[in-house]
Design a protein around this ligand. Structure first.
Ligand SMILES: Nc1ncnc2c1ncn2[C@@H]1O[C@H](COP(=O)(O)OP(=O)(O)OP(=O)(O)O)[C@@H](O)[C@H]1O
Ligand SMILES: [Mg+2]
Length: 402
């Protein structure tokens, strides 16, 4: 009979008459029965069938009740199955041991039907209650897990939102400063032209117009930087790798910038190794050198020395730019590669705070790394490390030769 609330009861007894008798009792209470004549068979049934209660005889050949209990308590899946011990009058010592081993109750043969029913139902009820409690517990744990996940997601998006806000604030600060200055210059120059052009000679007019053009060019450059960081952040930067002699490129670019700067600082070039070839996008490499050199120039005093070091070492080509300038406060150092971040000691030196953020992404796109060392009022050193092109080429040639 398959009653919806029927529990699955396993009866274990080596005496067939007892087995039949207990089975009749259990069935009369509306439960389903499974029979085992010894401990081993009982464990085999427990392994494949969900059992709500076991009635276990104490003395059986092969494997007795104590041994069955021992196996069950050691097994994570079986130790929750309630057990009622079936004993005779003179087995009280054994029963006590069973209770110590985790059995839930005991019944003494011959059974009194009312007592049998009461103990069996109480045990099953306890089991149902414990099962329900465990399910609730699992649900609570699951809900807690989901809550914790949601909380982590929320925190992450909050962090992102905060970062965006910080970015916006820094952008506004940069834009209001960096755009206002050229606009004021342009306004002043156009105003002069407007009011006094009749009194100006051609050279004076040209000077004003050149100033306007310079400032407009500067503003276009700023806008391009802002657009570029947008592209970089969206991972939409395109680049075309080719074999480049970093040695030549760095030296040419650094010298050109030092010449433009007017020669108030000394450029010192140091080299270790011979081959400085890398696979990279030339425009991007120029931008890296440009920013590092322009920072070294901008943030260091006249008549100081800027050192450009190139080294080829362990399959890497490293180049670094070191200056003797104002240095960077430690609190700012960890934020320097974030867009629009400028250190607190920049004073009136112009800048967008985008250069390092852009070049860090570029270097990473090339599979390289960038690091910075700085001490306030002593100077700054920024080093870029890229994989040498020759090592991969040699490796390929070597592999072909094999
Ligand atoms: N060599 C350096 N010496 C001192 N401070 C530096 C140096 N290089 C970078 N910094 C600090 O790091 C900040 C970020 O540098 P980054 O090159 O990104 O921006 P920027 O020079 O301000 O502007 P941009 O390069 O976009 O014109 C600078 O504003 C400055 O505070
Ligand atoms: Mg810069």
């Amino acid at each position: 009979m398959n009653t919806p609330n029927a529990s699955q009861v396993l009866i274990v007894d080596d005496n067939p008459v007892n087995l039949q008798l207990i089975q009749r009792y259990v069935r009369s209470l509306g439960h389903e029965t499974h029979l085992a004549a010894d401990g081993e068979h009982a464990l085999e049934i427990l392994g494949r069938q969900k059992i709500d209660l076991m009635l276990l005889d104490l003395f059986m050949p092969k494997m007795n009740g104590h041994q069955v209990l021992e196996v069950m308590r050691a097994d994570g899946r079986l130790h929750r199955v309630p057990v009622i011990i079936i004993s005779s009058y003179d087995e009280s010592e054994g029963v006590v041991r069973c209770i110590e081993q985790g059995a839930d109750d005991y019944l003494v043969k011959p059974f009194k039907p009312a007592l049998f029913k009461a103990r069996l139902e109480a045990c099953l009820e306890r089991k149902q209650f414990q099962d329900r409690e465990r399910r609730y517990q699992e649900q609570i744990e699951q809900t807690n897990r989901t809550l914790r996940e949601r909380e982590a997601e929320l925190n992450a998006s909050l962090e992102k939102e905060k970062e965006l806000n910080r970015l916006k604030t820094r952008f506004v600060a940069m834009a209001s400063h960096e755009f206002r200055t050229p606009l004021t210059t342009i306004l002043a120059a156009t105003d002069m032209l407007d009011r006094y052009s009749a009194r100006m000679d051609e050279a004076q007019k040209k000077t004003r117009l050149e100033r306007i053009k310079d400032e407009v060019r500067h503003m276009v450059f700023l806008l391009e930087e802002v657009l570029l960081i947008g592209k970089v952040e969206a991972n939409k930067l395109d680049f075309k790798k080719e074999r480049i002699d970093l040695h030549q490129l760095c030296k040419d670019k650094a010298r050109e910038m030092m010449d433009q700067e007017g020669g108030a600082r000394t450029l010192e070039i140091v080299e270790y190794g011979q081959h400085f070839r890398v696979m990279a996008d030339q425009r991007h490499l120029l931008r890296i050198v440009d920013n590092l050199m322009s920072n070294a120039i901008k943030y260091s005093p006249d008549y100081s020395t800027i050192q450009l070091t190139l080294e080829q070492h362990n399959g890497r080509v490293n180049f670094s730019v070191k200056d003797q300038g104002i240095g960077i406060p430690e609190t700012d150092q960890k934020h320097l590669f974030e867009p629009f971040h400028r250190a607190e000691n920049v004073g009136t030196v112009p800048g967008t705070g985008l250069g390092l953020a852009i070049i860090k992404r570029i270097v990473e796109l090339h599979g390289g790394s960038i690091d910075l060392k700085s001490r306030i009022d002593r100077g700054t050193m920024v080093r870029v490390s890229l994989q040498a092109a020759d090592t991969s080429e040699h490796k390929q040639l070597g592999e072909e030769a094999l």
